[in-house]
Design a protein. Sequence first.
Length: 206
Amino acid sequence: MNRLVPLGILALAILAFATLMLVIAPAVQIRGMTATPGLKPYTEQQMRGRAQYVSQGCVYCHSQQPRSVDQAPDAERGWGRASVASDYVNDRPHQLGTMRTGPDLFNVGARLPSRDWHLTHLYQPRAIFDWSIMPGYPYLFELKARAAPGDVVISLPSQYRPDTGVVVARPEALDLVAYLQGLDHSYPVPPTAVRDDGYSEPGEPR
């Protein structure tokens, strides 16, 4: 019985310390944080596309958090600079991701700016990479006998084209691609920026 009291005190102390370090301290650190200079707010279409990104579960296979050079060769992979906390000011909820079955998408709009590329890739990834294991999203598209004015027709290799008619993008596909095109964080960050992994930028105290 006498041991229960110190054990209880120790457990509460550990809980208080964890709460301080993992909840309170980060909240104080980011309170009042403003967007990184150069970060553009999402347009209405990009916000709709972001909702599609969330609903389609893209976060389960793609991250949006390139690591620093001392942690991973993400920059060598062409994924861009290491992300910082203020890059995510406009994100509710954030889509950092924990898996990289596919490449990081933090800068996909900078390295792959083509709308046609993204639409083809969404409809049938193997039309671009025959080794891809990414699922296609044909329900974001529509098969029509002929394109109507304003329709965006998807460019497909012969083996993936329908026997008759054309494949056109639904608004949901166009919105999702607009969001992906907007993922461009190639602007520089201030030297005092806080990296999302808890470290400061090079030259700042850690």
